[in-house]
Design a protein around this ligand. Structure first.
Ligand code: IFM
Length: 823
């Protein structure tokens, strides 16, 4: 990576003060530093901690040690404007390029950078293919898909990547997680939907349709660059600030004849209610639904330099419940960033993304296409979840309108684990969303005559059940939808997510407080929901498992196992010191867990998916069609219902979530039985199979499923990406890599279990995590493993316990066991 490229603005200017070897000091001249200060450019000093920076009127010194910080910044590709160095820099990353010329060279480079800023050039983005998604040309058919792929979001607000000059067929959708408006139609349209907010990306680009357009999504820095006719045409860069949720920036440059600012804000055509004001300070727009509003305050400035034009737009999005604010609130919000220039806002945004990647990146050196696809998924997972307050994570995040923004188990079981292991505040915010809806979940349980809390299958703002009850199928026929009524496993899934969060984070306060509340309330629900059969056992009748082709069924093996786990987890949260009523409840839950039927058949060594599944038509879908396939479309609803075709991982989900509870050998037996019967009619399915095949010691087979799931959206494999990205699939890809190929699991005693099983095609894989507050890097090869942590970490590797040293600890697979090779 080159740190200073002529003609490219760097995100910040770094003055390097180095005394190495002793006696040599290099820094920009004091005159230049004053000029920088006048231009509002912050200067970072890198020096040994014992060194004093130049005194007097110079800008404040931001002191850091040189080697670690610079190496890190450069490695993260956020390209510090390293402007000079004298002497050897110990430990400096090889990717940092030093600028020759001593102090004069520094001055020259800094002046060039100042000039670039004066011209307000559109900065370049990363061009590394493993960190970018490039969409070339425009395609009427695929445009909606590409918009979804190029979405930018800050966890709270999302903006689809529609072209700035998109025509009426485009959907430059702006939404915010958790603000819905009531549906107005029938069936699906009767359910709440995400409120569309004001559009802010519009520019007028005369003649652009005749030029080649290219969009580059820079995953490393969260930037979207659009270029028409690379070099000569218009360049537009936008960002949705991760550092300041709600702040959106757009800078465009090009020939004056080809670029016009147009209007700063527009109202989306489908807003229930909207208004827009042009004011002396800029524009203010507001959309309002039945339960909240989205506001946008924006200003656009246009500057000319000969026949070159630069358009710069700054918009602050806000949201809330009624009543909506007046425009002056927008002005004040816009004012909060007034003293920061574009480069500074860009810099803090890049830095925030770099920090997120530092604890989340997965490196697959041997497979560039997969590497890119994995980062694409992780990028959108990170962008889709707020890390403060409540995070209502819809099945498609903020990338599209499908499922109307509703929150499914996708969030708890597929998205949350990645965040619990990389950015726990975001996972905590997801749990906060569920916790705040416990009263609604209690009401839902009570409405069906039960105690405790039952979470809805589809949830929106209130926490009521919002799953539709009818829809029109692929053939135009009305069909009933009973997911909301029967897919009750979501209640245990929410409880599972809370426990999983505790295992990654060790957050005892959550475990004793909010987590315990969730476990107790959900266990109370299950205790009253189970019924005693004539066989004397407890049963869970009339449910739908993850396999949505079969309903209602009795004793779904996945749901029952989750319920049993939920009852035991709640009981474990009660101590001898708790009030007698609670202690009695815990005893009852433990007993119920023991009495609940399980579906495991020792004769076959596998689980029956539900009572009676084995008696259905023994149809093996892989003998009929290439999977993935929508078997309900291929065979019709009735046939799938009466046959053994499974829509998505069902029995196998129990192995995936409850790995410690499976009878020995049952994973292999269940994989062999259910895999050929599974159509993968849901995008959630292939990644789970990848994880389990890897766990079962079949990593080469697993790799095929991993590749498929990683490209679900990039190649629009389901034909539904136009409606938004499948966040759960992205989560399943991460789980396949971390839980499957690396065999990494947090354990309740604070140990990290690791069991690498790499496919033959890979030499090594690297994952970055946060475990119990500590950053952990694992580099796994076929016979080698290196774990890097700043503090000792307890691990379980191949059944043996070890404690790693601070720094890097190496292991080697030798004579059938893992041995420490380096301390
Ligand atoms: O939650 C999923 C479900 O498992 C399969 N149908 C789509 C839902 C939303 O992604």
């Amino acid at each position: 990576m080159s740190v200073i490229t002529p003609g490219r603005t760097v995100p910040w200017l770094t003055a390097l003060l180095v005394r190495w070897p002793e006696g040599e000091v290099t820094a920009p001249s004091e005159d230049l530093l004053r000029e920088l200060a006048r231009a509002g450019v912050r200067v970072r000093w890198f020096g040994r901690p014992d060194e004093a920076g130049p005194s007097g009127t110079l800008p404040p010194v931001d002191r850091v040690t040189v080697s670690a910080e610079l190496a890190h910044l450069a490695d993260q590709g956020i390209g510090p404007g390293l402007v000079g160095a004298v002497g050897r820099l110990p430990g400096l990353s090889p990717s940092v390029r030093r600028l020759p010329g001593g102090a004069d060279g520094i001055d020259e480079a800094v002046r060039a950078q100042l000039e670039l800023r004066r011209l307000r050039r559109v900065p370049d983005v990363d061009r590394d293919p493993s960190w970018t998604i490039v969409v070339t040309g425009t395609d009427d058919v695929l445009e909606r898909v590409e918009e979804a792929l190029c979405t930018l979001a800050d966890g709270r607000f999302g903006t689809r990547g529609a072209l700035e000059d998109a025509d009426d067929g485009a959907d430059p959708l702006v939404v915010t997680a958790g603000i819905f408006t009531a549906g107005t139609g029938a069936g699906l349209d009767a359910t709440p939907t995400l409120l569309p907010g004001p559009w802010w990306t519009r520019l007028v680009l005369p003649g652009a349709e005749a030029r080649t357009t290219r969009r580059t999504l820079d995953l490393r820095a969260g930037l979207l660059l659009r270029e028409t006719d690379a070099g000569a045409g218009v360049r537009c860069l936008r960002l949705v600030s991760l550092a300041r949720p709600g702040l959106c920036l757009l800078r465009a440059e090009g020939p004056s004849s080809a670029l016009d600012a147009g209007t700063t804000l527009r109202l989306p055509p489908d807003t229930p209610e909207g208004r827009i004001h042009q004011l002396d300070w800029g524009s203010w727009a507001l959309t309002r639904g039945t339960a909240g509003w989205i506001g946008a305050a924006g200003r656009t400035e246009t500057t000319e330099d000969g026949d070159r034009r630069v358009v710069e737009r700054r918009v602050v999005l806000s949201r809330g419940e009624d009543p909506p604010p007046d425009p002056d609130a927008g002005r004040r919000q816009l004012q909060t960033t007034a003293d920061l220039d574009f480069e500074e806002l860009l810099e803090e945004h890049r830095a925030r993304w770099a920090e997120r990647w530092r604890h989340a990146d997965v490196v697959i050196e041997d497979e560039p296409a997969l590497q890119q696809a994995v980062r694409f998924g992780l990028f959108h997972l990170m962008a889709s979840v707020a890390d403060r307050g409540e995070a209502a994570v819809g099945a498609r995040g903020m990338t599209g309108r499908a499922y109307r923004g509703h929150v499914f188990w996708d969030a708890d079981v597929f998205v949350l684990p990645f965040l619990a292991a990389t950015h726990p505040p975001a996972a905590r915010a997801m749990l906060a969303y569920r916790l705040a809806r416990l009263p609604a979940a209690r009401a839902l349980a009570a409405a069906t005559g039960h105690a405790g809390a039952r979470f809805p299958w589809e949830s929106a703002d209130t926490g009521d059940e919002v799953a539709p009850t009818a829809a029109i199928d692929f053939a135009g026929r009305p069909v009933e939808i009973r997911t909301g009524q029967y897919q009750e496993h979501v209640t245990a899934d929410v409880a599972w997510a809370a426990a999983h969060f505790v295992e990654w984070t060790g957050d005892r306060a959550f475990e004793r407080g909010a987590g315990r509340r969730l476990w107790l309330e959900t266990a109370r629900y299950w205790r009253t929901r189970l019924t005693r059969g004539e066989d004397g056992r407890l049963h869970l009748r009339a449910v739908m498992g993850p396999d949505e082709y079969h309903w209602p069924v009795d004793d779904n093996a996945f749901t029952n196992a989750m319920v049993r786990w939920n009852l035991r987890r709640a009981a474990a949260a009660i101590g001898a010191g708790d009030v007698p009523g609670l202690v009695r409840e815990a005893v009852a839950w433990r007993r119920a867990a023991l009495e609940l039927v399980d579906g495991y058949d020792p004769a076959t060594g596998r689980h029956e998916q539900f009572d009676g599944y084995d008696r259905l038509e023994p149809l093996v879908i892989t003998e009929l069609a290439d999977v993935p396939v929508a078997a309900d479309v291929l065979l019709g609803h009735d046939r799938v219902r009466t046959s053994q075709v499974v829509k998505q991982a069902d029995v196998l989900m129990r192995h995936h979530l409850l790995r410690r509870e499976a009878p020995p050998g049952s994973l292999e037996a269940d994989l062999d039985h259910y895999l050929p019967r599974t159509a993968h009619g849901s995008s959630l399915s292939p990644g789970v199979h990848a994880a389990l095949l890897a766990r079962a010691g079949r990593p080469d087979e697993a790799l095929a499923w991993l590749r498929l799931s990683a490209r679900i959206d990039l190649d629009d494999l389901t034909g539904t990406t136009a409606g938004g990205l499948h966040l759960a699939t992205a989560g399943s890809v991460w789980q396949a890599l971390v839980h499957g190929f690396l065999g990494v699991w947090p354990e309740s005693d604070g140990t990290l279990a690791v069991t690498p099983r790499l496919p033959a095609d890979w030499d090594a894989v690297v994952v970055h995590l946060r475990h119990r507050g500590l950053p952990v890097e694992l580099r796994a090869g076929h016979r080698r493993l290196a774990i890097t942590t700043p503090h000792p970490l307890r691990i379980r590797l191949g059944g043996r316990r070890h404690v790693t040293d601070p720094g890097t600890t190496g292991f080697r697979w030798q004579a059938g066991t893992w041995r420490i090779t380096r301390r």
